[in-house]
Structure formats: structure tokens, C-alpha cells
Design a protein around this ligand. Structure first.
Ligand code: PA5
Length: 447
């Protein structure tokens, strides 16, 4: 099987059949709204057809820029936050050698990230390391005005210009931004940076299949054609309107039915540390799309078996508002078996000769059944292997399911009005012109 699959047999027993049928009918209506473009936020549906619309001209330019970075740089600093950061990191981390940073011989530049936080120590430490190495910068911001990446770009641009001079620095800067607006676009035009456009009708968290994701992924040496091919396959699968066969509809329906039966927190589970950032990407996709109007499933994540020794206790016996969605990976990329030990000092010879993946799989199955017995429904996403094509499928599957799920919940899955509140307060506290009054009253509240 080279296609992801979904198994909800360990979840349906937790929902009222009548509610579930009703929700399935609503998901069919959501599918129609989405594919006909008649639902809320329908000016942000460009991602729907992205896999089949990516042009060869675009991928050629991306590959040429990636080759330039490979030739000139030991590191590529990717500047961005939220949807302009998590997709690339999710894919690159999933596909990279788990100890990439410790390997001496590297064919491609290593990716490091900036502007996804405001920590002084983090950015000072990064600049310290970059003093000693050749590097390039990819700066990604759709609006071109987001504070965190804008501050990081200031720092790195100044560092690059000091290190290489203005002209050489410009040849090491790659910009991904809006077609017409924002400071970044203006700067890219003036300084003649190699630049890419994020289509107007694609929002940040749905943008991984634009240059937002494709450029860093190609720079790290991964096959963007295969990624797009996988997404294209899923684009086709998701077109069908059958609520029992279309995997995105199945997922959207069961999670909404679970929500209505009191399961208000979804935990994405993986048994592969490489998928940590895939879970982070998924958390942003669903959290920012659905958490509004005082509703929405709270998306969270765990990495097993590590977290079985921390969060496992809560999941097994804590408050019963949880359900799990497991990314169940079938085949590892490597082979490693448990050695036989004479005398069996640790009593583990019953495992001798077994692959670690077999032990991990039994941990997964055992956990699944234990958690289901403890009142935690499970949705299992079958992932044949972690490679570009399968990751492409997963990305499109979750994006499509998220849009359907948001419509079924009754929200606009393409806006994020809630993220403005912290920005307003931060600007006021920092004394941005125009925010003086708010600043004064906020400071009083902090005394
Ligand atoms: O999904 C979203 O829209 C957000 O997470 C944005 O991607 C994030 O706020 C960064 O915005 P920008 O790309 O404009 O810097």
C-alpha cells in the first residue's frame, strides 16, 4: 500500500449512532461547500488545487536556488513563524537523518530556524555560530510585517552584510512573501533578492505546498516533486463526496461526533521522534482553524513511548475528555535487531532477533487497546512509510479534513482573528506610536 489510510473502528463505539449519522450528513454538505467554494472564508481556497497547479517553472526556480544555497552555504537560516515556519520544519524533520546535526559529511546545508520566537539568547547564540560558517537566509512572511520574523531578519541581514558586504549578502537572501504588499516585498524589489510569491488566496497554515514550504524543503535536499506528487494523489482522493470512503470526510466526521460526545481534546500520537514537528504543524493547522467563537477541539500532541512515561498516566486515568489520533507508521527506513545475550542477564532474550520496529509496533498496539479500555477513543492514520510522497499525502489529507471539520463545526477555518489580541498589547507595551493610551492602561494593570 502506498497510500495513507484511516481506521476509526476503535472510535465509533464512543459516539451516539444517531449523532454520528447527522454529522456525516453535515460533512457531506461541508464537502459540497468546500469544493463549490460557497462556504465561509471562500477567498482563501487557493490551497485546494495547489498540488495540481504547481508549475514546472516554479519548481525549476526553487531547485536552482536550492543548488545555489548548497554550493555556497553550510547552513540555511529559515526565518518565519506559524504557517510560515511549521510546514517546512515538519517535512524537513520528518525526512532528515535523526542525527543530521552530528554528521560530519553533509551533502546539503543544514536548516536552522529564526524568528519563530523572540528569545535574545536564542538569536544571539545563532549569530555566534553563524560567525564561523557560510550561510544563506530564506525569509518567509506573507504579510511581510510580522514582528518576530521582521526582527530576526533585521539581525540576520545586518550580520550577513557585515560578513559578506552588501552585494554578496543580497545573493544569499531569498524572500517568500505577498505579491504586492508589505515591507519585505519592497525590500526584495529594491535589493533584487531572489523572491517568491505566496498566492493571495492561500493562508499561512495552508501554504506548505507553495514556496513557503517548498523552498526550504528543497534547500535541505528533499524531493519536492515527490512531495507534490503525493499531495496530488490525495487531492484526487479527497474529491469524492462519500462520507464513508473519502478519508478526510471520515476523519472530519468522527472527530466532530467525538467532540459532541464530550471528547473535546484530541491528542496526536506518534511513535517516531522525527514526527514531532509534524504534530506541531497539525496542532497549528487545527488549533488556528477551529479554535474560535468559544468552540473547537483542543489539539495537543505526544511522542510515545517517551510520553507514556509522563503523560501516559493522565491519558489512561485522568479526566475523560480525550481522544487520540495515532500516526501509525508501518515500515522504518532502516533495520536494527535486538542482540542475543548469553545467560540472559536482563531477561530480554525473548526479544532477541526482533526488530526495534516490531517492539515499537507492539507498544503501539498495546497502548491503543489500553487507552481504548480506559475510555480514550482512537483514530488510526496508517502511514506506509515516512518519505516525501507519503508526507505530501498527509499534508493534503489534513488540510482538506481541517477545512471540512471547521465548516462542520460552524466556524470559518481560514481566519485567525484571535491572534491579534496579543500583538496589540505587545505593541502598546513597547510604545509603538499610535498605541500610547492602551500602553498606559496595560502598564497600570501590570503594577
Ligand atoms: O496561519 C497563519 O495565517 C499564521 O500562522 C501566519 O502564518 C503567521 O502569523 C505568520 O504570518 P506571516 O507569514 O504574515 O508573517
Amino acid at each position: 500500500m502506498h497510500q495513507i489510510s484511516i481506521d476509526i473502528s476503535k472510535a465509533t463505539g464512543f459516539v451516539d449512532p444517531e449523532v454520528y449519522s447527522k454529522i456525516k450528513a453535515e460533512v457531506v454538505a461541508s464537502h459540497e461547500q468546500l469544493t463549490k467554494g460557497s462556504g465561509r472564508g471562500n477567498d482563501f481556497l487557493g490551497w485546494l488545487k495547489l498540488p495540481s497547479l504547481v508549475t514546472e517553472d516554479l519548481t525549476r526556480k526553487i531547485k536552482a536556488d536550492a543548488a545555489k544555497m548548497k554550493a555556497s552555504s553550510r547552513w540555511v537560516v529559515v526565518i518565519g513563524i506559524g504557517g510560515s515556519y511549521l510546514g517546512a520544519r515538519a517535512v524537513v524533520d520528518a525526512l532528515s537523518h535523526p542525527f543530521h546535526s552530528m554528521m560530519d559529511q553533509k551533502e546539503f546545508p543544514g536548516l536552522v530556524y529564526a524568528g519563530e520566537n523572540l528569545s535574545e539568547d536564542y538569536h544571539a547564540g545563532l549569530l555566534e555560530v553563524l560567525d564561523k560558517s557560510d550561510y544563506s537566509v530564506i525569509v518567509i512572511s506573507k504579510s511581510g510585517t510580522t514582528t518576530e520574523p521582521a526582527v530576526a531578519f533585521r539581525l540576520l541581514k545586518a550580520h550577513l552584510e557585515k560578513k559578506y558586504g552588501e552585494t554578496d549578502a543580497a545573493s544569499r537572501i531569498y524572500v517568500v512573501t505577498d505579491a504586492a504588499h508589505g515591507a519585505l516585498k519592497k525590500m526584495a524589489d529594491e535589493k533584487k533578492y531572489s523572491s517568491y510569491v505566496i498566492p493571495d488566496d492561500v493562508g499561512g497554515r495552508y501554504s506548505v505546498l507553495t514556496p513557503v514550504g517548498l523552498l526550504p524543503i528543497a534547500a535541505a535536499g528533499f524531493d519536492i516533486d515527490a512531495l507534490i506528487k503525493g499531495a496530488k494523489k490525495m487531492e484526487k482522493v479527497c474529491q469524492s463526496g462519500s462520507a464513508d470512503e473519502n478519508p478526510a470526510m471520515v476523519y472530519a466526521a468522527i472527530r466532530n461526533a467525538l467532540y459532541l460526545s464530550g471528547k473535546t481534546t484530541e491528542i496526536m500520537v506518534n511513535f517516531q521522534p522525527d514526527l514531532f514537528y509534524f504534530t506541531e504543524w497539525w496542532k497549528q493547522l487545527f488549533g488556528e482553524s477551529e479554535g474560535k467563537e468559544n468552540k473547537g477541539i483542543y489539539p495537543s500532541g505526544v511522542g510515545f513511548t517517551t510520553d507514556l512515561h509522563s503523560m501516559g498516566q493522565y491519558i489512561q486515568e485522568g479526566l475523560r475528555m480525550l481522544f487520540e489520533t495515532t500516526l501509525s507508521v508501518n515500515s522504518p527506513r532502516t533495520e536494527l535487531r535486538v542482540p542475543f545475550v548469553d545467560g540472559d542477564p536482563d531477561g530480554l532474550n525473548f526479544l532477541a532477533g526482533k526488530r526495534l520496529s516490531e517492539i515499537n509496533k507492539m507498544a503501539e498496539m498495546g497502548t491503543l487497546l489500553a487507552h481504548v479500555d480506559g475510555g480514550v477513543p482512537n483514530i488510526r492514520i496508517g502511514v506506509p512509510q515516512i518519505n516525501e510522497e507519503i508526507i505530501g499525502q498527509l499534508i493534503y489529507f489534513f488540510e482538506f479534513a481541517c477545512a471540512l471539520s471547521g465548516y462542520t463545526l460552524g466556524v470559518n477555518p481560514f481566519d485567525q482573528p484571535g491572534v491579534e489580541a496579543y500583538k496589540k498589547n505587545m505593541f502598546a507595551l513597547l510604545g509603538k506610536p499610535g498605541f500610547e493610551k492602551e500602553g498606559e492602561s496595560l502598564r497600570k494593570r501590570l503594577e
